[in-house]
Ligand binder design. Structure first.
Ligand code: FES
Ligand SMILES: [Fe+2]
Length: 457
């Protein structure tokens, strides 16, 4: 492995390259377990998955399994999912299942029946006297893992010395704070195994630069030229103004008119296309319906900025009628938030005022050529009308995921295979539109102390 360079964020504006080793090497994948996953804050689920005391989920990454438990109305704890006696995994993830979840008053090990309360104390050790007093509470307590929440997500960190989550997430918490995502709930959640590295999978969602090659049907509805910016460990992309007629402050996925002379029509066409081909996500039914009425509610020739303003106001009123309160987000905040955030290492959030479409990719053991990929939509629902969801394994087809995601999926294994080519000379990410990707590799190289991107001279 190459030694890291001292690459700064400011260098990311320059053309850079990095090798494919981090995607292909099994040794690198093993090292990632120690140097990255054991050290980094990572999102392990949503708070809504453990609403009541005793509710738990398991979160597995590489060879580690973490048990996350609600221990009191306002307390969540996380433990290494391993019995302190002889190391049986305490809570089994059923074969072929995404994770385990349920509700317990205590955890009983399936091997010799040692018991643990929700706070991780070992409350029963069969024939404890045989150990001659050495089975202290400390020795038998479940190993604690740091856990914290933000935006309705559960984050864990296995490193006892890790900086606090809010420090780690900066400036994501500040920029996305106004979207109050903690009030959103799952709409659907699906997962699948891909024949590619987890980085290959998550990087497919870091830039809209690929629309031109991957989602050609979308080209007739919108412009996808994008900026890509690094913010500390994380990054954001947003639509840029290659075409000055598209220029408006609130330039996110939903708050922009489509391509076409009549913004009333093109706004609807873009919304409808997104909703129907991105698995009923990346916008909402309310927004699509309000966009459909634009031609009836506004005169021909209304400027794009006014169309967007009217459309958002009427969608807001529609949602208010069914009991959904929109947060107030200023045009400046919308502009700052952009289109989509990559939270290091493996979380992608494509946000709107009333929804978000999220992706996560995790390693599959230490196999560099496989990963667990998940995507889910969250949305604001009227209280009591939140859908009941669970993790559904879904083959990577258009039928199961919608046309757009299945197009993204078609690149995964092909990129992984292509990078193995003897003829591949290393990546050439776009210095303006794919900076999230290079920043990701810059930060990864810091954790791994290897394989930093290099300036192309
Ligand atoms: S390994 Fe858990 S009780 Fe023995
Ligand atoms: Fe895509």
């Amino acid at each position: 492995m190459n030694k890291p360079t001292n690459l700064g964020i400011e260098d990311l504006t320059e053309p850079l390259t990095y090798s494919a080793e981090s995607f292909l090497s099994r040794d690198y994948a093993k090292e990632e377990g120690n140097k990255l996953w054991a050290k980094v804050w990572q999102h392990a689920g949503r708070v809504e998955e453990i609403p009541e005391v005793g509710n738990f989920i398991t979160y597995n990454v590489g060879d580690d399994s973490i048990l996350i438990v609600r221990t009191a109305a306002d307390t969540i704890k996380a433990y290494h999912n391993v019995c302190s006696h002889r190391g049986r995994q305490l809570v089994d993830t059923p074969p072929e299942a995404h994770s385990a979840c349920g509700k317990r008053t205590q955890f009983v090990c399936g091997f010799h029946a040692w018991r643990y309360d929700l706070d991780g104390n070992c409350t029963h050790k069969l024939d404890e006297g045989d150990w001659k007093g050495t089975l202290t509470d400390v020795r038998t307590h479940l190993g604690e893992v740091k856990v914290d929440t933000w935006g309705g997500w559960l984050f864990i960190n296995m490193d006892a010395n890790a900086a606090p989550l809010h420090e780690y997430l900066d400036p994501v918490t500040k920029t996305l704070g106004p979207f109050s995502m903690e009030k959103m709930r799952y709409k659907w959640r699906q997962w699948v195994i891909f024949d590619c590295n987890w980085k290959t999978a998550i990087e497919a969602f870091m830039e809209p630069y690929h629309v031109e090659g991957t989602h050609t049907q979308l080209l007739k509805y919108g412009q996808y030229y994008a900026y890509s910016k690094a913010h500390k460990l994380h990054g954001v992309s947003g639509f840029d103004e290659r075409d000055p007629t598209m220029k408006m402050k609130q330039s996110s996925t939903i708050t922009r008119a489509g391509k076409g002379a009549d913004a009333r029509v093109s706004t609807y066409e873009l919304q409808n296309e997104i909703y129907t081909t991105v698995n009923n996500a990346s916008t909402t039914e309310t927004l699509v319906n309000a966009a459909k009425r634009l031609v009836d509610e506004l005169p021909e020739g209304t400027p794009p900025g006014d169309v967007i303003k009217h459309w958002l106001a009427s969608a807001r009123a529609d949602d208010a009628k069914r009991g959904i309160e929109w947060p107030t987000i200023t045009p400046e905040q919308m502009g700052e938030a952009g289109l989509a955030w990559s939270v290091f290492p493996n979380m992608s959030i494509l946000q709107g005022i009333t929804f978000a479409l999220c992706y996560r990719a995790r390693p599959y053991g230490d196999d560099p050529n496989k990963c667990i990929f998940e995507s889910y939509a969250i949305e604001r629902f009227p209280e009591g009308q939140e859908p009941k969801t669970e993790w559904v394994y879904a083959e990577a087809t258009a039928e199961k995921w919608g046309k757009v995601l299945s197009q993204d999926f078609s690149n995964m294994a092909a990129v992984q295979r292509g990078m193995k080519s003897r003829g591949f000379r290393g990546t050439l990410p776009n210095p303006h539109q794919e900076r999230k990707v290079t920043n990701f590799h810059r930060v990864l190289a810091d954790y791994m102390q290897a394989d930093a991107p290099k300036l192309i001279k």
